[in-house]
Design a protein around this ligand. Sequence first.
Ligand code: IPM
Ligand code: MN
Length: 379
Amino acid sequence: MAKQSYRIIALPGDGIGPEVVGSALVVLDAVKELFHVDFEVEEIACGGHYYAEHETEWPEGSFEKCESADAILLGAVGHEIDGKPVFTKPGKPYPEPQLAGFAQVIGNRKKLDLYANVRPVKLYPGVKHKIHGNLVQVWDPDKVDYVVIRENTEDAYTGEVETIEGGRVTPIRITRAATERVTRYAFNLARRRNRQKKVTCVDKSNIIGAHRFFRDVFREVGEKEFPDLTLDYAYVDAFCQWQIRSPEWFDVVVGPNLVGDIVSDNGATTAGGLGLAVGGNIGDEHGMFEPIHGSAPKHAGKDKANPLAAILAMQMMLDWLAARYADDRLAGAALKVEAAVAAVLKEGKTLTYDLIGEERASKCSEVGAAVAEKLRLML
Ligand code: IPM
Ligand code: MN
């Protein structure tokens, strides 16, 4: 049932995170006003810069707040001091150093059981690509529209590491339970999209035994429960070149965690770059939405970064909340926010440097304001 008010935890994080999340929240404010939905947003400082000051990645009780929120909006994590990334110290609170800020990304994904990482690869009309320093249109917008579903809890991301003589070993773990639920998610999505009704399993099963198991479970679930869909298979190395050469082949793509990490960035190349790429970390009870770019320390504090990925992440959050709470206002808002972003892209005037070059570039905050303004004009 639709709620009176939705509780959102915003985790701006490091670098350009606070700027892009700030722009997404400006658009969310417009949604509040125009669609008469209330959002109670709490921002929690976190990430590497927070660790550098406090020796903990966020204030105590922050995870519990994420757990009880209706949705989480994440910026980016990763902080540098004198050009060096900030790592945690052993014992505080991890057994060995890791990049500070992982509590938000990897921790939340695991602890909130956000098993499907949903990463659309969709090229909006008007978007150009920077090739050899020039802005050109390479891909046809009608031909780039698929969704990568990345398994989000295991594969090479278990955090396990064993020291052996002369080196280290990190396992690749694939379980039936995690594979069944993520492949089911992908198959159901292909049905809902109702386009090619095709799901491509991407893995390295020709060499990695655990990936062979992923592929077997994919086949089993698909053949048994989704006879109306086409099952398709690709090895990740070959898939990377097809993504660039023939993106129109794909509809829904599913793969193990590390494979999904790589192919989603690669796919972003054909859809305007990381400044436009979005990920929804989705489980049965929780959702966390984020731009898939990093914290880009060298651009931080300049009001220069592209906020559209963060705005589209917020849009995905609205869409997810709409389905979860059967809230038509949010479903309408999600459609309109996407249309407003598409309109700003098509107009090609108020965009950041990555999309129109340094000379004509608008600021991050100006792009956020332009989307909010478009939204107001549409209603
Ligand atoms: C992503 C990022 C993360 C990942 C990093 C920051 C751990 O690259 O969300 O894609 O590898 O999952
Ligand atoms: Mn990544």
